[in-house]
Design a protein around this ligand. Structure first.
Ligand SMILES: C[S@@+](CC[C@H](N)C(=O)[O-])C[C@H]1O[C@@H](n2cnc3c(N)ncnc32)[C@H](O)[C@@H]1O
Length: 189
């Protein structure tokens, strides 16, 4: 199958913020998974430090783009459904925009942006699965926007037995803030 780059989320401010946060966090021996790898830009940067890096995306065009353009070991999976094992570092630039049903567009890019009505639909599914795939001492970096709801997302982390703090942030257009949450099981605090 050929991939269609117009159906793949291309690197933007959120991508670059997550790359910076991930490079500040990752250690060479970490096993890393990036859920929603998209173009593979984040996993591609991280694997230069931590060679055991896997990219995952639900979008088949993204999987091929990540492999062929960024040299990422990438597989197709709905979140962790096709993934086994535990990871030291889990990364996710989630689809975080609140989206009404009538705003949906029927293409693969929709998966990059559509966070459901609250903006947190995919995050609500991701967090409990991610916790089960964390190795001892593992951490999660989750990128969200102020539109997603910072306190609401932190509450979701706490409901999964984790603590979450902002480890990177940046203002983008129209006073929207991007945040990277560093999430760890509360028991390791
Ligand atoms: C905001 S884009 C981020 C892409 C890339 N990581 C970056 O930072 O540029 C979100 C990505 O998550 C993927 N995605 C959305 N829902 C997913 C799911 N349930 N399982 C796996 N990937 C998913 C989308 O296809 C998209 O590539």
């Amino acid at each position: 199958m050929m991939f269609d780059a117009s159906q793949v989320y291309q690197p933007a401010e959120d991508t670059f913020l997550l790359i910076r946060a991930a490079l500040a966090e990752v250690k060479p021996k970490d096993s890393v998974i990036e859920i929603g790898t998209g173009s593979g830009a984040v996993a591609g940067a991280v694997q230069k430090v931590a060679p055991k890096t896997l990219g995952v995306d639900i979008n088949p065009h993204a999987v091929l783009h990540a492999r062929e353009v960024n040299g990422v070991d990438a597989i197709r999976s709905d979140l962790f459904s096709a993934v086994s094992g535990r990871f030291d570092l889990i990364l996710f630039n989630a689809p975080y925009l609140p989206t009404l049903p009538e705003e949906r567009i029927d293409d693969w890019l929709e998966y990059a942006l559509d966070g459901g009505v609250s903006g947190r639909d995919v995050i609500e599914r991701f967090l409990p699965e991610a916790v089960l795939h964390l190795a001892d001492g593992g951490r999660i970096l989750l990128l969200i926007s102020s539109l997603t709801g910072l306190s609401e997302t932190i509450s979701l982390c706490e409901a999964c037995g984790c603590s979450a703090e902002v480890c990177a942030e940046e203002e983008v257009e129209d006073a929207e803030m991007l945040y990277v949450l560093r999430i760890v099981p509360a028991s390791v605090l």
